[in-house]
Design a protein around this ligand. Structure first.
Ligand SMILES: Cc1cc2nc3c(=O)[nH]c(=O)nc-3n(C[C@H](O)[C@H](O)[C@H](O)COP(=O)(O)OP(=O)(O)OC[C@H]3O[C@@H](n4cnc5c(N)ncnc54)[C@H](O)[C@@H]3O)c2cc1C
Length: 321
């Protein structure tokens, strides 16, 4: 069976969930081999094996943390030349998409981004499902040139356990001078707090202009904390300075795909929809029954959010006991 390369996302030896999602997709296409950059592979390999990784190529070089994304693209390009895989899957994160683009140039291959599913086509080649125009159209795409490179949205595929051998194989790697052109000079750890990461959270509660002010937006945080959810915001909110830009959901913000997305006081503009359309269940709370968000929400509640949300928060707290 042809190898399918999966670029691992990891931090402190912990395999990120999106990597397990990629392995689940890779298993449908062939024999998954994980590409691990930097240290920590020994701790991560067992977990990768539980989700079907047959091999783990480990390039334990300081170049991956010392420089930006170019070394990872270079490593993948050399593995593509060496192993002739059936496909390369990367996480559809900002970094992952940049690596995918660079790898496509290096290998003369086609690249598909923002895939929400990947399956084997009739000829065995990967077919990626991509939502377009804010989710109004879904296309199924194949790569016709080179090695298919696919960036898959985090949270879009449910990880499925499947035993694999996860044999660790060291790969020697030294980044070229060209890949060292942009070096990392400082790392600042973003304040994370207690809430889950926006792009990885199972539940996201987002607030819009309907919250009225920075003070009004706090109602969103309270509901999110009761649900153990991440907080998101529309651009109207982040542009007004009521909540930081890093939490903006939409075309020019983050793309999320949680199990539950709650849009509170958000109208549902196409640019917002583009970032949350693939959420499994969408609940909208809006005082305007004609708000566009109700056209694609699974559940809608027409009402004043300042009346509805505190009751909802209390009810959630009560049920949690
Ligand atoms: C190039 C471009 C990129 C963009 N990118 C993004 C993006 O990434 N993300 C994004 O979100 N937007 C983006 N936008 C902006 C987008 O077009 C909308 O302007 C924005 O999403 C609107 O935010 P909103 O829904 O919070 O505000 P509004 O559209 O003003 O909607 C507020 C809603 O709150 C409701 N409401 C008001 N008071 C209450 C209340 N008390 N109780 C309940 N409901 C209430 C109203 O009925 C209304 O539906 C982009 C626009 C452009 C041009």
């Amino acid at each position: 069976m042809a190898e399918v390369l999966v670029l691992a996302e990891h931090a402190d030896g912990e395999v990120k969930k999106v990597t397990l999602e990629l392995l689940t997709a890779a298993k449908r296409l062939g024999s998954p081999s994980v590409v691990w950059t930097g240290p920590g592979a020994d701790a991560g390999a067992a977990r990768l094996g539980e989700y079907g990784a047959e091999k783990v190529y480990v390039a334990d070089s300081p170049d991956f943390s010392g420089y930006v994304v170019a070394p990872a693209a270079e490593l993948l390009a050399s593995l593509v030349a060496d192993k002739a895989p059936a496909a390369v899957l990367v996480a559809g994160t900002t970094e992952g998409k940049e690596i995918a683009g660079r790898l496509a140039i290096k290998t003369g291959s086609g690249v598909l981004t923002d895939a929400v599913n990947v399956v084997a086509g009739d000829d065995g080649a990967p077919v990626a499902e991509q939502p377009n125009f804010g989710g109004a159209i879904t296309v199924h795409s194949v790569v016709r040139q080179g090695t298919p490179i696919i960036a898959v949205r985090p949270n879009a595929i449910s990880p499925e356990a499947a035993a694999g051998a996860a044999a660790v194989e060291a790969v020697s790697f030294a980044a070229s001078d060209a890949a060292k052109a942009a070096a990392v000079t400082e790392r600042v750890v973003a304040e994370k707090g207690e809430r889950p990461d926006l792009t990885e959270a199972q539940i996201v509660v987002s607030g819009g202009r309907g919250t009225g002010s920075e003070e009004g937006f706090k109602i969103i945080e309270k509901l999110a904390d009761a649900l153990g959810a991440a907080v998101g915001a529309s651009r109207a909110v982040t542009d007004a300075g009521w909540y930081p830009h890093q939490f903006q959901v939409g075309q020019t913000g983050k793309t999320v795909s949680p199990q539950l997305y709650m849009a509170v006081g958000i109208s549902g503009a196409i640019q917002h929809r583009a970032g949350m359309q693939t959420s499994k269940t969408i609940v909208a709370i809006n005082k305007d029954p004609e708000a566009p968000i109700f056209e694609f929400a699974d559940y809608g509640l027409v009402g004043d959010l300042f009346n509805v949300v505190p009751q909802l928060t209390d009810e959630v707290e009560k049920r949690k006991g």
